[in-house]
Each structure stands twice: as C-alpha cells, then as structure tokens.
Design a protein around this ligand. Structure first.
Ligand code: ADP
Ligand code: MG
Length: 664
C-alpha cells in the first residue's frame, strides 16, 4: 500500500492510532540515528571488546561523546547483565535522573523498568532493572548492606575526573571488592585526558581513548576585572543576543539563588527587547531543580526563540545539552571547603581551575564552531590552578569515615585512597564522630554509630534525628531537617523586598530560624499547600512540595529503625527541638563578642549572622548555626538561640573533655 512520509519513514495511513504509532516509530528511529552519530557508537566494538577482555578499563572521551548513555547499553546488549546488573555512578542527582530518562527512551522501555535511577530520597528501580544510574552516595550506602556489591556485574564510576569525595572512596572500595570478586568489572570514565592517575591506581588498567569531535571555540576575555559577575552575565547575554546569529547560550553560575536571580533579571529586561528580536527562553538547571522541570532544558528552542540555559557545574561535563553555541563563563563555582585546623567547613564561591574553564568553553563547540565569553581577564585565567583539587583534600570527612567504619574498614588511616587526605583531617573526623557518640573508646562503631550510618543523612543530622527520641520531638525534628535540606524556602523579588520581609515576620519564632521553618511548614500543611497562599506569603510552593516529599522519605527511613515518627513535643516545649539540634551541631556554636560580632566556640573564628536569618537584628548571646557560607565574610545560616549550659548536657564527650583540657 501507498504510505505517508513522516520524517522520511514510510508508514501506513488510515487510522489515528496507526498515525501515532508511526510517529512513535519515527521518534525511535530518530533516537537511534542520534545514537549512531555519537563517537562512542562508532567505537562500540572496540569498547565492548576491551571491557570484555579486562577486569578494569579506563575510558576517556570528550563530554557529549556518549560515554554515559551508550556504554551501559553496549554492555547490556553484550550480555553482561546475565549474572548481575550494571551500576553507573554520577556525582550529581540531576545527571542521574535526566540520563536515566534518556536511556530508557533510547531503549524503548519505561523508566523504572529495565533502566532506572536511584538517588537519595528517590529510587525508581525495580527487580527488572538492568541498568541503574545512581549517585555515588547511593552506591556507598548500598555497601553497608551488600558489602561485596553482589547485585552488580559491572560498576561504572563515571565523571571520575571530578574526584568527588564519594567517588574517591568508591575507587578504594570497589578496588578492594574486586580482589575477592574476580567476576566484577570496573569501568572508570573520565572527560579529561589525565587518565594515567586512574590507571596507576587500578594496577595499570588499560586506557581507551574515544576520539571526540570538537569544533574550535573562540574565547574572549574582558580587558579589566569586572565588578559583579551576575550583572556582567546579564549585560553580556543581552549584548550577544542582539548582535549574534542564532545558537543557544549557556551561562555558568554557582547555585540556585544566583540562577533564580538572573532568570528574573533576564525575563524583566527581555520585555524591553525590540519586537523583531527573537524571544529569550530561560531554562535553569541545578541539583535541586524539581524533576518535572529538568526536561525543559533538553527541549530544542521553539522557532524564533533563543534558549538561555542558566546552569551550575552540572552542565560542565555531567550533562550535554544540544544547540549551544555561546558559553558565558563566570569563572567561579561553589565548593565545600574544610579547614582541618579549625574544624570548620563552609561553602565558598571560588575560582574554577583551568581544566574546568576549558571544559566550560568546550560546551560551545560540540555541533559547530562556538564562542566562549569569559567574565574574567586573561591574566586571571592564567592564574587559575591547573586542576580542581580532589574534594577529599578539602572537606569534612566525618560522613565518609562513618561510612567506611560501617562498611567494615576499621583502619581508616590506612585505607587505599587515591589521594590520601591529611592525617589531621582524618583525625578530626574521628574526633567528631567520637564526640557525636558514633564511635566507642576503642574507635569502633557504637550502636548509635551503626544507626547513624543507616540513615541517609550527614552524621550530624542522623544524630539529631536519633536524639529526638530522647527529647520526644521526632515529629518536629523531621520537619526541620527536611526544611533545611531544601534551599530557598522564601523568595524576595527585587521590587517587593518590603512585602516579602513583612510576610516572613508572620512565621517568625523569636528563638530563631529552625522554629521559624517549623512554623512555615505547619502553616503550609494547614492550608494544604494552597498555591495562592504560598504566593501571598512569598513562600516557594515548589520548595515546600519538595520538603513534603523529603519528609515522607525520612519518615519511612526512620520508622524502619523502629522509631515512632509521630512523637511530638507540642508547642510548649519547643526548646527540646533546639537541644536536639545542638546535640548534633554542637561544633557549630558561636558567641557574641562585645563589638556585636560573633566568634565560633571551636576554632575562635569571626563569623556573622546572615541577613536572611530572623535573628539578624536581634543578635543573641549564643547561637547554634546550620552551616557557614563564605561570600564577603563567613556567614552563619539557619541560626537559633541556645543556652551555653546546654552544651555540657548534649555533648559531654566534647565539651566535658575540652573543659577538662583547659582547666587541667
Ligand atoms: P558523555 O557521557 O560522553 O559526556 P552522554 O552519553 O552524556 O555523553 O551524551 C550523549 C548524547 O546524549 C549527547 O548528545 C546528549 O545531548 C544526549 N543526551 C543525554 N541526555 C539527554 C537527555 N536527557 N535529553 C536529550 N538528550 C540527551
Ligand atoms: Mg557523561
């Protein structure tokens, strides 16, 4: 019979059903054509053969060459999932989710069937899952219950060049497991060329280089240092938009707050564009972006529009978005840094490395020659460090040391690290865990420590949650922890600062941010998450929904430990909630000094109350804070008032001993 042509595919006409089936088929063929165009697909036979022949293989390939999406499929088709499944780790949850979605489409299966993802608070895998994208943290967690990772026949450690703390620990763990499980295949995938380190570490494993296709990218830099990079990004966006031919923009920023901010500014200013100018479509992408909004970024810009993608580091190498011709690079990213001497960890916006700057500019040249506009001078570029320092060298190790101990690694100092952290920071972590009560006097895991390791939280918050049983406020503590794990509960539009501030006051609790957050959540529950209510109160409905979701998951984890999650302290004894938080965050205490600034109790560092805190003007004598964030100064965020004498109560091992040290 005569057929219609849909995308060059001959199909049968007649019914609607047939037509939609034909569309589906052509979509499938379209996907297949896209797959076949990827460099990894061309190298398919070599890649599969090398993996089959070796226990461990290192694969290096340009970002976007198809490593993450294709290689697991090759192995699946080659039959490597007969006796176990394939795990692919990702440092970032957004990448795990979006890539799992893509691969399930390519394989023509429903997400959660043959292909699934598993991230903290969200697991879509089923017994039928063969290819499992997961965060590196999740695989570490699985090691607690499955010490030999028996489920898996292949472990792919992806984005190895990023050297995240958890991936680094996984290197050592899987290397150890492979000594006993000769059938386990390990694949290390990296986007940068310096794979020798990985090969050396994995006893001389073979390195495969997948030839990429990269078009030249012209880089531009300003002649003088710019004052404010968000503002510079805004100006550059509009200038390029009006002067340059079509092609999407990718702007690298440091986090959600900045991204939301710039999105608003761009959307406001775009209203003044001349009518004949193409429209701008702003698409944010960052770790905590709700899943349903993540796919938008991958959709091609509709005709007559230009997409402006505002991204964190996730777009540097983890995910590839088509259509980008122009990269705007602020030259900074937000990183965790830990001062082993003072024992303080904080989030800091820092200059990226040269390797990162090159990766970022590379994103403009994947499909055609592109352009990269660096918002920092050439001299600043020359001054960047060559490589990003592995995270293990610059963050608090308490959570991984606890994880190692719980996975049966007793000698954490002697563990097979690819880069060994300083002795001081390991000892610090051991001390902190001891003070939290996770370790006993012999340095072994205590019963509390075992329970702490089983919760999907930082040890500090595991402790808080477990202590809530004693303080009879589990219900409240669960809420506050869930609230703290989401950024930006409140929003404050530039033109409505005043009203937003007033709205926030309605929820204010005079003891600080923790209990204020509790009020917000209770009110949100009372109105059943009403969107209009949220808007009126300048509360992000999106974030609150996420909080609900996280809380639900936390409840299920906590009840699995036999804890009654409904025990409540009521409204009269909210002090219990604060004591509970202090029992975990006892190292995050600061005291006011006569000049009104604050000094940390541990390390005696100058810190300041963040302007977003309800205690900003009040300046109480002693506070506990949730985290430090370094911008122009070290700011404490999410703060509550405490009584200093509570410290002896909640952390006797720590403050009792410290006191003994100073007096004795
Ligand atoms: P690599 O891991 O080598 O950086 P990937 O396997 O992630 O490369 O990407 C290969 C291709 O798959 C890219 O062209 C990318 O655009 C496409 N891709 C990946 N995820 C998605 C998605 N969620 N939607 C659309 N395309 C995607
Ligand atoms: Mg990849």
């Amino acid at each position: 019979p005569q057929g219609n042509q849909i995308n060059g595919v001959a199909t049968e006409p007649t019914t609607k059903k047939a037509a939609s089936k034909a569309l589906l088929r052509s979509k499938k063929e379209e996907l297949q054509a896209q797959r076949e165009a990827l460099p990894c697909y061309e190298a398919r036979d070599n890649i599969t053969a090398a993996i089959m022949a070796n226990q461990t293989t290192i694969i290096v390939g340009e970002t976007g060459s198809g490593k993450t999406t294709q290689i697991p499929q090759f192995l699946y088709e080659a039959g490597l999932t007969k006796n176990g499944i394939i795990a692919i780790t990702q440092p970032r949850r957004v990448a795990a989710i979006s890539i799992a979605k893509r691969v399930s489409e390519e394989m023509g299966t429903r997400l959660g069937d043959k292909v699934g993802y598993s991230i903290r608070f969200d697991d879509t895998t089923a017994p039928s899952t063969k290819i499992k994208y997961m965060t590196d943290g999740m695989l570490l967690r699985e090691l607690l219950s499955d010490t030999k990772l028996e489920k898996y026949s292949v472990i792919i450690l992806d984005e190895a060049h990023e050297r995240t703390l958890r991936t680094d620990i996984l290197f050592g763990m899987v290397k150890g497991i492979q000594k006993e499980r000769k059938d386990l295949k390990i694949i290390v995938m990296s986007a940068t060329l310096n794979a020798e380190r990985f090969s050396q570490y994995f006893d001389g494993a073979e390195i495969l280089y997948v030839a990429g296709r990269q078009f030249p990218v012209r880089a531009f830099a300003p002649g003088a240092q710019l004052e404010d990079y968000v503002d510079a990004a805004l100006v550059t966006t509009f200038q390029l938009h009006q002067e340059e031919p079509k092609g999407d923009f990718l702007v690298f920023l440091t986090g959600q707050e900045e991204i939301d901010n710039l999105q608003k500014l761009i959307e406001e200013q775009a209203r003044d564009l001349p009518p004949k100018c193409p429209k701008l479509l702003v698409c944010p992408i960052y770790a905590k972006l709700p899943t349903d909004q993540q796919t938008r970024v991958f959709n091609p810009a509709p005709p007559g529009t230009r997409k402006v993608i505002l991204a964190t580091n996730v777009a540097e190498t983890s995910i590839t978005i088509s259509g980008i011709r122009y990269v705007i690079d602020t030259g900074v990213s937000k990183v965790r840094s830990f001062n082993a001497k003072t024992g303080m960890e904080s989030l800091t916006v820092q200059p990226i490395s040269k390797a990162s700057a090159q990766q970022r500019s590379g994103r403009a040249g994947r499909e055609a020659p592109g352009f990269c506009y660096r918002l920092y001078t050439q001299a600043a570029y020359e001054g960047l460090s060559e490589e990003t320092e592995p995270e293990i060298m610059r963050c608090n190790l308490a959570s991984v040391v606890l994880m190692l101990k719980a996975s049966g690694v007793d000698d954490v100092l002697g563990f097979d690290y690819m880069d060994k952290p300083s002795r001081t920071s390991i000892v610090r972590a051991l001390e902190q865990l001891y003070a939290l009560g996770a370790l006993n006097d012999e340095g072994g895991l205590s019963e509390l420590g075992q329970q702490m390791a089983e919760l999907p939280l930082d040890p500090v918050y595991s402790k808080v949650l477990l202590q809530s049983v004693k303080y009879k406020c589990t219900k409240e503590v669960l809420t506050v922890i869930a609230m703290l794990s989401v950024d930006l509960i409140f929003f404050s539009p530039n033109d409505k600062r005043e009203q937003a501030g007033q709205a926030k006051k309605r929820f204010m609790n005079y003891d600080g941010d923790h209990l204020t957050l509790l009020n917000v959540f209770s009110s949100f529950q009372t109105v059943h998450g009403d969107a209009a209510w949220c808007a009126e109160n300048f509360i992000s409905a999106r974030s609150l929904k996420q909080v609900q979701d996280i809380r639900r998951q936390l409840v299920s984890f906590t009840s699995r430990q036999g804890i009654d999650t409904t025990v409540s302290c009521g409204t009269d004894n909210l002090e219990a909630v604060l004591k509970c938080f202090l029992s975990g965050c006892f190292q995050n205490v600061a005291m006011r000094t006569p000049d009104g600034s604050y000094k940390t109790l541990v390390g005696n560092q100058a810190v300041y109350i963040h302007p977003s805190s309800v205690l900003f003007l009040k300046k109480p004598d002693a506070v506990v804070y949730n985290e430090l964030m370094h911008t122009t100064k070290q700011y404490m965020r999410n703060i509550s008032i405490i009584q200093p004498q509570w410290l002896l109560d909640v952390a006797p091992q720590y403050y009792g001993r410290a006191a003994a040290r100073t007096t004795g």
